[in-house]
Write a protein that binds this ligand. Structure first.
Ligand code: SF4
Length: 280
């Protein structure tokens, strides 16, 4: 059961090293969706020690008031929304903190970029159409049956996310379908560019095998599909196998992009690269 708490914080605009904005805004701490591969699980600043990730959400109820004040002193030009939380998780429908944040950013003509996987963002179409939303990276995926329950048991249905992207694109709101993470031998990439006719480009992020809970992820996959254990263990241990696996996947994406006349970016994490979680 998710625990919800109203909290007051001291600061809402935080500087970030993510190159999508000078500052980040996270209207909540915690996330109801509880994705197994969420980077924030490994973040010592944001993830609580006494409660599993996905089982608490702090609603930062004074975020709008703070934002008004901090805009005056920090004068941000571009802000990123949702680096360590989901701004449009179900509790937002009750509190509308993210909605108020959008209103304030629009009022001050501040550009913003949003990271989301929630169709509830559609509640704010009129705000997103005011011209300051510069991009929405909308996370999608496609799994063989049964795997969604392992990786993202509480996140919105994958089909609903595709439909939300199509709706946003119909409204001429800039959206990049962000396929993340590609889980080798499980994520289904077939016909991926055809799923989003109006999207000019797609982005892909490969599963990061360096995150803190990779053993838990591999164990859960192997429990469901034992034949995959060797392959996944090789992805952690064998540099050549790791490189070849991602090369094959990128080749598949590149061919599909060429045939669809679309562009793409793919992020492949380095083998054995120490995981630095800087998503503050
Ligand atoms: S929706 Fe985003 S913030 Fe929430 S658990 Fe999933 S990856 Fe983490």
């Amino acid at each position: 059961m998710t625990e919800f708490n109203e909290v007051k914080i001291k600061r809402i605009l935080n500087q970030t090293s993510i190159d999508l904005g000078e500052y980040v805004i996270n209207p909540f701490m915690g996330c109801e969706f509880s994705c197994l591969y969420c980077y924030v699980r490994s973040n010592r600043v944001v993830a609580r020690k006494n409660k599993p990730w996905g089982e608490y959400v702090d609603m930062r109820v004074n975020a709008p008031e703070l934002l008004e004040r901090e805009i005056a002193s920090k004068k941000p030009k571009t802000v990123l929304l949702g680096s360590t939380t989901e701004c449009f998780q179900p509790i937002e429908r009750k509190y509308r903190i993210s909605g108020k944040v959008l209103e304030i950013l629009n009022k001050h003509k501040i550009n913003y970029v949003i990271l989301t996987r929630s169709p509830y963002i559609l509640d704010y179409i009129s705000l997103l159409k005011e011209g300051y939303c510069k991009n929405i990276y909308f996370t999608i995926n496609k799994f063989s049956p049964g795997f969604k329950e392992i990786f993202e048991p509480k996140s919105p249905a994958l089909e609903a996310r595709d439909e939300a992207i199509a709706r946003l694109l119909d409204e001429s709101i800039p959206v990049i379908p962000y396929f993340s993470p590609i889980i080798p031998w499980i994520s289904d990439l077939s016909g991926i560019f055809g799923r989003f006719e109006k999207a000019g480009s797609l982005e892909f992020e490969c599963l990061n095998f360096n995150i803190n809970n990779i053993t838990e992820i591999i164990n859960k996959i192997a429990l469901f599909e034992p034949s995959l254990r060797d392959k996944y263990e090789n992805m952690v241990k064998n540099r050549l196998f790791y490189a070849q696996t991602w090369r094959d996947i990128e080749k598949n994406i590149a061919e599909q992009a060429k045939n669809s006349k679309k562009s793409y970016n793919i992020y492949i994490h380095k083998f054995g690269d120490y995981f630095k979680n800087t998503y503050l």
